[in-house]
Design a protein around this ligand. Structure first.
Ligand SMILES: *[C@@H]1O[C@H](CO)[C@@H](O)[C@H](O)[C@H]1NC(C)=O
Ligand SMILES: *[C@@H]1O[C@H](CO)[C@@H](O)[C@H](O)[C@H]1NC(C)=O
Ligand SMILES: *[C@@H]1O[C@H](CO)[C@@H](O)[C@H](O)[C@H]1NC(C)=O
Ligand SMILES: *[C@@H]1O[C@H](CO)[C@@H](O)[C@H](O)[C@H]1NC(C)=O
Ligand SMILES: *[C@@H]1O[C@H](CO)[C@@H](O)[C@H](O)[C@H]1NC(C)=O
Ligand SMILES: *[C@@H]1O[C@H](CO)[C@@H](O)[C@H](O)[C@H]1NC(C)=O
Ligand SMILES: *[C@@H]1O[C@H](CO)[C@@H](O)[C@H](O)[C@H]1NC(C)=O
Ligand SMILES: *[C@@H]1O[C@H](CO)[C@@H](O)[C@H](O)[C@H]1NC(C)=O
Length: 793
């Protein structure tokens, strides 16, 4: 391939202009001369200085000959000669031999790389303004150019042809060839492929249907593509796109990144930083094959991150593609095997067998159990009996939209001997694994339990704390709304990432003035007031006792961070550094509902009604509409914060999930349990009855809050304190008795007596339906919203 003559002449003229010594470095390398590492200034620089080339440090005393963007913040590399074979500083050099061969030699003089060109007609090496390193002869004929041998990047005017192949870096900051390729395939389509040591698979476009869907065509066999100076990409297969900042001006590069995603970047010259100006919308980062290696699972954090399943450990701390290893050996005896369930997860590919539909779960499970080759199976949650036994668990990803549940083969007994979030059930809102179990070491607890069975509600006696239990209060759940699709592309996640930030511990120490102003303390930790640099006031919650690793914590926290609702407190960021786990929330200066409800201030029905309605909307959103279904498990006035206009914002949702690991520990009697931080007085009766917990438990607690709003009495004032106890034991009990014996008036907060109207009665009716013992009789949160809005003019 030749550059047009006029371009060469033009560049030559520019090179002459360069001799005014505008830029440090050389305009060209002549025959018989060489560049060494020791002379750091010995760079080739393009005429206007956009690109530089020279020895680039890739490690301690490891250098590659490279071309980079002079003005980018970290000298972003556009090309490398010897990416897989770096040389050391001492004695290595790049020489243009007399015979026209450009040769890179290491310290002992052996050839590491060369252009293998031959010409004795006054050859020169030049770096053109396009970023192309060329060898030209006296008559300006190009005899070699780096544009013909790209590494992971193509630059504007650099053509992608039949033989062109971009190869990603191995990992961030490792310039070694990685496993992702971008090239034309045999059917004339530009595609992205994972070409790993064990397997290879195409991940974009995913299938033939995608090819046609995206209007790509296999019928033009010229196989040529080019990005022009204006940022327009054109390809013979019809992959045409424009940079979002279309136009001549910004320096651009099209790079296949170490994570397997192809991105077009534009350079912001003022900061030296790159901005993404295009990426293939249909590639989701987590669906890039091989990303997390064997057994590894990619999750959105919101940035794609790899994790290992429970009981597995990461093989190489710096290279996720090495995947995870189990902490156990599998027996070949199927009676000694079991499966661990991972909801909303799939491992792509490696299916054993062909019968995939209409298979019962049991049959699917057995087929995997019996087959030694089977490492696990996927079973889809769509009632079609889709069964995918797998010989390899690779290309794992978890996403709330995935209907697949993966069952990984583990030794029998593994599930009960590990602190696992045992069984998840994703298809209904069902707090499975969240059974309340009383500590059987405590006979008093046992007695109390019987007491509960009798009264079903309330709490009495010296048995001070019930550590009711709740695991996995948060579900990944199939999100049914189209709106969610916006979230599933990378751009969506990036947008979200903007106002959800990871803070360092040092930053938060500064923000809170070394944790000076304590504004609250709850079951999960202490809350401090802070001031961000941008002037926002924040509440920084310092969590105590989170044993989760950083990646996991990040994953869970970002789920909470992705929840956006007017009646839910907004999470702005978090910090996870070693043992420090903190969350940064918006600060609401009116504090929580209990402060105003249980004080003497005037607090009219209209305001209370609005708080009841807003709280119901927030909870309803959590239960039914948000990204994943989330149970709150600790609804109480202390967790209902009030914005300026007294609009309620529910706080502390999703928290139980962050703590699941520590509380999933078995006790000596082998009863798996974990802990609910629900609050006495608000806990639904099913907590005490060892039943599974579902959304109706939140409805109950919400009902108690409504009764508090109506009566002005705190549920906790009914509980025993210091050996004495109120004869009614429970607010619900008291309200029920009072209404029965003396009528509604007796129950209502004296501050509301002049407001005895239909709204108040409606509120009471809803409250009583929410606190029914039979959870089936309680309305769903969305129904509560409906009831409260009824006839509301
Ligand atoms: C170099 O910069 C000059 C002045 O800004 C400009 O006129 C010229 O077109 C540039 N040359 C190249 C090759 O970009
Ligand atoms: C440059 O590289 C360093 C070290 O890898 C990194 O910490 C820094 O964030 C990078 N800067 C930019 C602007 O990418
Ligand atoms: C310079 O290179 C061009 C292209 O390879 C070739 O056609 C031409 O003959 C060469 N000129 C000389 C003087 O070698
Ligand atoms: C094939 O693609 C090339 C490059 O885009 C284009 O110039 C050519 O006209 C196309 N051929 C046909 C038959 O469409
Ligand atoms: C890119 O921009 C050019 C000029 O505005 C326009 O003609 C072309 O249709 C655009 N291409 C795409 C794929 O949007
Ligand atoms: C698994 O088996 C290998 C070899 O048989 C043994 O070295 C290793 O300790 C075993 N690992 C576990 C977790 O039992
Ligand atoms: C697989 O195992 C199950 C239960 O152990 C057994 O009922 C079934 O017949 C076995 N199937 C095959 C194909 O071996
Ligand atoms: C929870 O889910 C299981 C399995 O689908 C179901 O059998 C059970 O009835 C559910 N429990 C509740 C309380 O809905």
């Amino acid at each position: 391939m030749e550059l047009p003559k006029f371009l060469i002449l033009f560049l030559f003229a520019a090179t002459v202009a360069w001799s005014q010594q505008q830029f440090p470095g050389l305009p060209s390398l002549r025959q018989g001369s060489s560049l060494t590492i020791e002379k750091e200034t010995a760079l080739l620089v393009s005429p206007n200085g956009t690109f530089s080339s020279g020895f680039y440090k890739v490690g301690t005393d490891a250098y590659c000959y490279a071309i980079w963007f002079t003005n980018s913040a970290n000298k972003t590399v556009a090309w490398m000669a010897n990416r897989n074979e770096p040389v050391s500083a001492r004695g290595s050099k790049l020489s243009l031999h007399k015979d026209g061969n450009l040769v890179l030699t290491d310290g002992v003089g052996s050839t590491v790389w060369s252009t293998s060109t031959f010409s004795n007609a006054g050859v020169e090496a030049r770096l053109l303004e396009t970023g192309n390193l060329v060898l030209i002869n006296q008559s300006m004929g190009v005899i070699w150019q780096s544009f013909d041998f790209p590494t992971d990047t193509v630059l504007p005017s650099q053509r992608i042809v039949k033989k062109t192949m971009l190869v990603s870096m191995r990992s961030q900051g490792t310039y070694l060839s990685g496993y992702y390729n971008f090239k034309f395939d045999d059917t004339n389509i530009l595609y992205l492929i994972y070409n790993g040591p064990i397997i290879s698979s195409v991940y974009w476009p995913r299938t033939d249907t995608t090819v046609f869907y995206s209007k790509r065509t296999p019928y033009n066999s010229s196989r040529i593509a080019i990005l022009n100076e204006a940022g327009q990409f054109r390809s013979s297969d019809n992959l045409n796109f424009n940079a979002s900042d279309y136009g001549v001006g910004p320096k651009r590069r099209l790079t296949i990144d170490y994570d397997g995603i192809l991105r077009l970047y534009s350079l912001d010259e003022s900061t030296g930083l790159w901005e993404i100006s295009w990426l293939p919308s249909s590639v989701q980062a987590c669906q890039v094959d091989g990303l997390c290696g064997e057994y590894g699972i990619c999750i959105y954090n919101p940035h794609p991150t790899c994790t290992c399943p429970y009981g597995f450990t990461r093989n190489n701390p710096s290279d996720w593609s090495k995947g995870c290893s189990p902490s156990f050996n599998l027996s070949t005896d199927s009676s000694k095997l079991d499966f661990m369930e991972l909801p909303n997860t799939d491992y792509y590919g490696y299916d054993l067998g062909t019968y995939r539909f209409g298979i019962s779960f049991e049959a699917c499970r057995n087929s995997c159990l019996n087959a030694t080759r089977c490492r696990g199976f996927g079973y889809a949650l769509d009632g079609q009996g889709q069964c995918y036994p797998k010989s390899l668990l690779l290309n794992g990803y978890r996403s709330p939209t995935s209907r697949m549940i993966i069952h990984i083969k583990v030794p029998r007994g593994f599930l009960s001997s590990h602190a696992l979030p045992t069984k998840f059930e994703t298809h209904d809102l069902n707090c499975s694994g969240a059974q309340v179990v009383f500590n059987s070491n405590n006979p008093e607890a046992e007695r109390n339990r019987n007491w509960y069975m009798k009264y079903l509600i309330g709490f009495v006696g010296s048995f001070a704390v019930i550590e009711a239990l709740c695991v996995g209060l948060t579900w990944w759940f199939l999100f049914r709304k189209h709106g969610h699709e916006e979230l599933s592309n990378i751009a969506g996640y990036m947008a979200l990432a903007m106002d959800f930030k990871r803070f360092t511990y040092a930053e938060l120490t500064r923000v809170t003035g070394n944790f000076k102003q304590k504004i609250g303390k709850g079951g999960f930790g202490t809350v401090y007031k802070g001031l961000l640099d941008d002037g926002r006031v924040v509440a920084v919650k310092r969590l105590e006792g989170v044993l989760q690793g950083e990646a996991e914590f990040w994953a869970e926290v970002s789920v909470i961070g992705n929840v956006n609702h007017r009646n839910l407190v907004k999470l702005w960021g978090f910090c996870a550094e070693n043992d420090h786990k903190l969350m940064v929330f918006e600060y609401l200066k009116n504090g929580s509902l209990d402060k105003i409800l249980f004080s003497d201030v005037e607090f009219g029905l209209e305001k209370r009604y609005n708080i009841a309605l807003g709280t119901a909307k927030g909870l309803s959103y959590l239960h039914e509409e948000c990204l994943e279904w989330v149970l709150h498990c600790d609804v109480k006035p202390q967790n209902i914060l009030l914005a300026d206009d007294l609009e309620p914002r529910v706080a502390d949702f999703g928290m139980a999930k962050l703590f699941k690991d520590i509380h999933g520990i078995r006790n000596s009697h082998g009863i798996g349990f974990s802990q609910v931080r629900g609050t006495r007085g608000y806990l639904a009766p099913e907590w005490m009855m060892n039943l599974k917990i579902d959304a109706k438990a939140d409805v109950y607690s919400y009902g108690v809050v409504l009764l508090e709003l109506l009566s002005g009495r705190s549920a906790s004032s009914f509980l025993s304190t210091g050996g004495q106890y109120n004869e009614y034991n429970h607010l619900v009990h008291w309200v029920t008795e009072m209404i029965g014996e003396e009528g509604l008036e007796r129950v209502i907060d004296p501050r509301l007596h002049h407001e005895f109207n239909t709204k108040l009665k409606r509120l009471m009716k809803v409250a009583m339906s929410c606190v029914q013992e039979d959870r089936k009789a309680r309305p769903a949160m969305s129904k509560v919203v409906e009831l409260l809005l009824e006839n509301d003019e």
